[in-house]
Design a protein around this ligand. Structure first.
Ligand code: SF4
Length: 321
């Protein structure tokens, strides 16, 4: 087996914008614009950025739920976008996606036990009796009870539904879980419980996570490494500790300034960014962040900063670093 579980090289995903009767392509939405990352078995990589930064599209394109425009995605050394549909289907159980809103992925008329076990049957991985046993085991592992197996989705709270979402992914015994904003719809106290569950399962099952969130405080306790995305591009990656102690990119600094710290003396000065994230259809020239960057200089408008190593394992795209 390859040492690297997941390898993403220069991934791009553009969506065409069409106009007129014949659907002529007039422009492109550059949702993902040259993203690279790697994930080792058992590791957690946090992908962070505002809404509209393209991070969810990265997750979906990695799993080939949408086709790529360019670049490469290798899972255990296999190029996922080069596989036939049958070959991809065989690999699917090993890579699972958890959504922000698990309720929308659950059929309200299907009992939770059946919803959790259905993928096992679909993939021919268990008989009905074996599936029921595994569902019971997985419910317990996810902090739910055996009697929940015959309940319907509407009988659960938001936190319990997310546990169901995790159980649906976990039952297939995956190596990789891509979790897309899995706690952002939950109350803060429930968020902590679900993050603890992710952490516990990782240790007991050796899972690797690509954890997508708009909130750095959510990924702080779970992730080994963090990548910060802005308008389809990676602007900074580093180990969790390095990123929190020595953020280099002005955008990362602004995101970090909003993260609450437990010791008031260490409180960071809040950096409030001007305006909203620009449209990925027509991104700003040069450094895409220059329209909102408090440190922007003339050069930033014209020249795209290189994504380069500024310290051991610490990469950043900024002319001033
Ligand atoms: Fe700001 Fe310029 Fe650095 Fe971009 S390159 S982050 S605009 S200082």
């Amino acid at each position: 087996m390859s040492e690297v579980l997941l390898e993403v090289n220069h991934l791009k995903k553009y969506f065409p914008v069409t106009q007129g009767l014949f659907g002529r392509t007039t422009s492109q939405v550059k949702a993902v614009d040259d993203i690279s990352l790697t994930l080792q078995p058992g590791e957690t990589f946090g992908l962070v950025g505002e809404s509209g930064s393209g991070k969810s599209t990265v997750g979906r394109t990695i799993l080939r739920l949408t086709d790529k425009t360019a670049g490469e995605v290798k899972f255990k050394g296999v190029d996922l976008h080069a596989l036939s549909p049958a070959e991809l289907r065989k690999l699917r159980p090993q890579m699972q996606l958890i959504f922000q809103d698990p309720y929308s992925a659950l059929n309200p008329r299907i009992r939770v036990g059946d919803a959790i076990g259905e993928a096992l049957l679909d993939h021919g991985l268990a008989t009905k009796a074996e599936a029921r046993e595994l569902v019971l085991e997985t419910l317990t592992a996810c902090g739910l009870s055996a009697y929940h197996i015959d309940r319907f989705p509407h009988e659960f709270s938001g936190g319990q539904r997310q546990r169901i979402g995790i159980a649906r992914a976990l039952i297939l015994n995956p190596d990789l879980i891509i979790a897309d904003e899995p706690v952002s719809a939950l109350d803060v106290s429930i968020q902590a419980q679900i993050i603890n569950l992710f952490s516990k399962l990782q240790h007991s099952k050796g899972l690797a996570y690509l954890f997508i969130s708009h909130d750095l405080s959510v990924v702080e306790h779970l992730c080994d490494r963090i990548g910060v995305m802005y308008l389809g591009s990676m602007v900074e990656t580093a180990s969790r500790d390095e990123l929190f102690r020595h953020p280099l990119h002005p955008y990362t600094k602004a995101l970090l300034s909003a993260v609450p710290v437990p010791i008031p003396k260490l409180k960071r000065e809040r950096i409030v960014l001007k305006g909203d994230i620009p449209s990925p259809t027509n991104p700003p020239s040069g450094c895409k962040f220059h329209t909102r960057c408090p440190l922007a200089v003339e050069r930033c408008k014209a020249e795209i900063p290189l994504f380069r190593e500024a310290g051991a394992g610490h990469f950043v795209a900024c002319h001033l670093v």
